[in-house]
Design a protein around this ligand. Structure first.
Ligand SMILES: C[S@@+](CC[C@H](N)C(=O)[O-])C[C@H]1O[C@@H](n2cnc3c(N)ncnc32)[C@H](O)[C@@H]1O
Length: 304
């Protein structure tokens, strides 16, 4: 597999294309072995091959740094409640910026009927590659929709069909943080229009103890990192503009250095960098992350 500093693919030189994995975390391994029937001995090779093809289609840090290999929704405190809600009510789930649809597959593996689940992404190639990642093209009954969140209902039925059905649980991980605050407000207003009263939006994204703009992946562009208060303020603005009301709850992870690094530096220094990337999601060596970066976990509930 290609090296990280290969000059023929300049995106790899920006710091968000890590070396091939040598092991796959337990939840993803279990999903691939028990849902997709990938033989145990082939799991690592399979994940690396998908990363390679996904990065060629869309060179996002979430792909280059194997974030897609971490099942985010599974770690949300409401995961079990979400499962029960989706099983019991024939409710609708929408995964915004679903990438390969990895979190959606975990829901199916945990017993949610797949026809209640919709994935939405602007990049068709990633959703298509998801069928190869999870080997379920013939069995999965979920719908994958190619749409641009910013265009909302102007795109016609791809969007308005979801709007008419209404979403009970929206998963929106590592999506809003791609944009400036002004853009996030526009995107959030469009998303707000899809969620039923009583519905929730859950997710995880890069946050910051100092909310504000940081350099984004496209040179010269910026994206806005929230803390809980700034995210709450954004949803108040969205609520006022859309005649809806939202309750925001969230947490910023403690920096990894306070939790793990001191002891690891002593005992297993070679694992420190990979842990920063895979466990906490913060990679201070990356040009798009810094010491203020935190993993921000949130729930936004529509109350009116
Ligand atoms: C950083 S990845 C996150 C993927 C996944 N949610 C996760 O947590 O690993 C962002 C995803 O959003 C998609 N995306 C970017 N802009 C979009 C837009 N305007 N509308 C819909 N999807 C978009 C990208 O194609 C990509 O799959």
């Amino acid at each position: 597999m290609a090296a990280t500093n290969e000059t023929s693919f300049p995106e790899r030189n920006r710091g968000w294309y890590q070396d091939d994995l040598t092991e796959v975390n337990e939840p993803m391994r279990k999903l691939l072995e028990n849902y997709s029937y990938v033989p145990s001995s082939e799991v690592v090779k399979h994940v690396n091959a998908i990363r390679e093809r996904g990065f060629a289609a869309n060179p996002y840090p979430c792909i280059g740094l194997y974030r897609f290999a971490n099942l985010t929704l599974l770690t949300h405190p409401l995961y079990d409640t979400i499962i029960e809600r989706l099983k019991a009510d024939s409710a609708t789930y929408l995964d915004v910026g679903c990438c390969f649809g990895q979190d959606l597959r975990q829901l199916v593996h945990d017993g949610v009927p797949s026809d209640r689940l919709i994935g939405l992404d602007i990049t068709e190639a990633l959703m298509d590659l998801g069928y190869e990642f999870f080997r379920d093209r013939e069995t999965l009954k979920s719908r994958f929709v190619v749409a641009d969140v910013f265009k909302g209902p102007d795109q016609g039925s791809v969007w308005t069909q979801i709007q008419e059905r209404g979403v009970d649980v929206m998963h929106c991980s590592a999506f809003l943080h791609l944009f400036t605050l002004e853009e996030q407000v526009v995107a959030a207003k469009q998303l707000a229009g899809l969620v039923k009263k009583g519905g929730i939006i859950v997710g995880r994204q890069m946050g910051s103890v100092k909310p504000g703009n940081v350099a984004a992946i496209q040179e010269g562009s910026f994206s806005y990192r929230h803390d809980v208060d700034s995210f709450d303020a954004m949803w108040r603005e969205v609520g006022e503009a859309t005649q809806t009301r939202w309750k925001v709850e969230g947490t910023l992870d403690k920096p990894v250095s306070m939790v793990l690094l001191p002891s690891l530096c002593r005992t297993r220094p070679q694992q420190v960098l990979s842990l920063r990337v895979t466990v906490i999601g913060v990679n201070t060596k990356s040009p798009v992350e810094d010491e203020n970066s935190r993993r921000f976990l949130f729930t936004v509930a529509r109350i009116e």
